[in-house]
Structures are given as structure tokens and as C-alpha cells.
Design a protein around this ligand. Structure first.
Ligand SMILES: N[C@@H](CCC(=O)N[C@@H](CS)C(=O)NCC(=O)O)C(=O)O
Length: 208
């Protein structure tokens, strides 16, 4: 019998976040590789699941879910023992979880995405070469806030590793591979510690 969960992803993209969450939850899943670089995002099966042609997409039985932060959170709610999302009985930690997830996707990630769009993702005529210093400055502002928060702690939440760390670590690794300097060397140890988690390693192997 095939697993209930199927992840549609592509190596070196945000789908690693979803694969990492599935691995943390210890859930069996099929992995369908979509080669975005060959235009497979615009063809079936992906385009039928997500009309924006983007990964990750998670199938959970009859349900289709997009957005990496939503997928991580959904898995955390489905599998509370994973510790990905604090439960209702810990309202302060739960609020902090949402606060940091929203901060990461809205503030930390957006400057990186702006740079990526103007380096290669947008149609050439819409790219502006002079956008990068502004976006890099915004990224540094966001990393400063994250670094300040992580002072004297190993994870974003007091209670330990959560889905917010998947989002943060993936975003920091993205900046590193794109050679965008966050100006916060003290985040390196945090990134290394998250990146070396066995579930993160398994997710990278699964994506290939
Ligand atoms: N906010 C979405 C962004 C998804 C996204 O932009 N994915 C990229 C790969 S990292 C993609 O599939 N791009 C293909 C395209 O834009 O056509 C998420 O976090 O899941």
C-alpha cells in the first residue's frame, strides 16, 4: 500500500523544509521529484495540484497543501509527538512559534527571494541589477533580530527544536549558498546544529 503522504519537491528549493518536517515526524512518504529547471512545474502532475506551479506541495490523503510553513505546521498538528508545533496546552510557546514562523517567511526570507528574483527568477526585462544592496540591508536587519533572539539559547523556542527552526535554518542555508552575507557570524553555530540533525540529513538524501 502506498503511503498516505506524497511530497512533490525539487532539490535545492523550499521543498527541503517539508521533507525535513516529514522526517522529523517519522512519517513514511512518497517523493515525486519535479524538475523546475526543466519547466516541470508548469506541467502535470504539479500544475494540477498547484496552479502557481510551485513546490513544495504535500498530498495528505485527499488533501492538497501548499506553502512550506503551512505544511510544516500541518505536520506538527497531525503528529504532536514530533514536537514541531507546541500544543494548545502551551499557549505562550505556541504563540511564539507562530510569531517566528511569520517573521521568517515575511521578514527573513523575503529579501533573499527578492535577490533571487532579480538574479534569475523574473523574466529578464523585469530584473533590476541595483536592487541587491537594498535587499541585503533588509536581510541583515532581519538576521540581527534573529541573532539577538538566539543569544544564549540553542533553538527559537525555549521548549526546544520546532518547525520554526526548520524554516530559520533553511533560510540561513539559502543565504549562505547564494553568498548573501547576513553579517551575523554568531548564527553559524545555530545553523550547523540544526543542519546536522539526522532528520535534516535524511531529507537532503531523500531529495537527492
Ligand atoms: N511561499 C512558498 C514559495 C514556494 C516557491 O516559490 N517555490 C519555488 C521553489 S523554492 C518554486 O517552486 N518556484 C517555481 C516557480 O516560481 O515557477 C513556500 O514557502 O512554499
Amino acid at each position: 500500500m502506498s503511503p498516505r503522504f506524497t511530497l512533490y519537491g525539487c532539490p535545492n528549493t523550499r521543498s527541503l523544509r517539508a521533507a525535513w518536517a516529514l522526517e522529523e515526524a517519522g512519517v513514511p512518504y512518497d517523493y515525486v521529484r519535479i524538475n523546475l529547471f526543466k519547466g516541470e512545474g508548469r506541467k502535470p502532475p504539479l500544475i494540477e495540484l498547484n496552479s502557481s506551479g510551485k513546490v513544495p506541495v504535500l498530498r495528505d490523503g485527499d488533501m492538497i497543501l501548499t506553502e512550506s510553513a503551512a505544511i510544516i505546521t500541518h505536520l506538527g498538528e497531525r503528529f504532536p509527538e514530533s514536537g514541531l508545533v507546541p500544543g494548545q496546552d502551551h499557549p505562550a510557546e505556541r504563540a511564539a512559534y507562530f510569531e517566528w514562523c511569520f517573521f521568517i517567511v515575511a521578514e527573513l526570507e523575503q529579501p533573499l527571494w527578492t535577490i533571487a528574483k532579480h538574479r534569475f527568477a523574473l523574466p529578464e526585462k523585469l530584473r533590476h541589477g541595483n536592487i541587491e544592496p537594498t535587499a541585503a540591508w533588509e536581510y541583515q536587519r532581519a538576521t540581527a533580530r534573529l541573532a539577538e533572539h538566539l543569544e544564549g539559547r540553542e533553538t527559537i523556542l525555549k521548549s526546544g527544536f520546532s518547525g520554526a527552526d526548520i524554516l530559520a535554518a533553511h533560510t540561513l542555508a539559502w543565504a549562505r549558498s547564494a553568498r548573501i552575507d547576513g553579517g551575523q557570524a554568531r548564527l553559524d553555530a545555530y545553523l550547523e546544529a540544526q543542519w546536522q540533525r539526522p532528520a535534516a540529513e535524511r531529507a537532503r538524501v531523500r531529495e537527492g
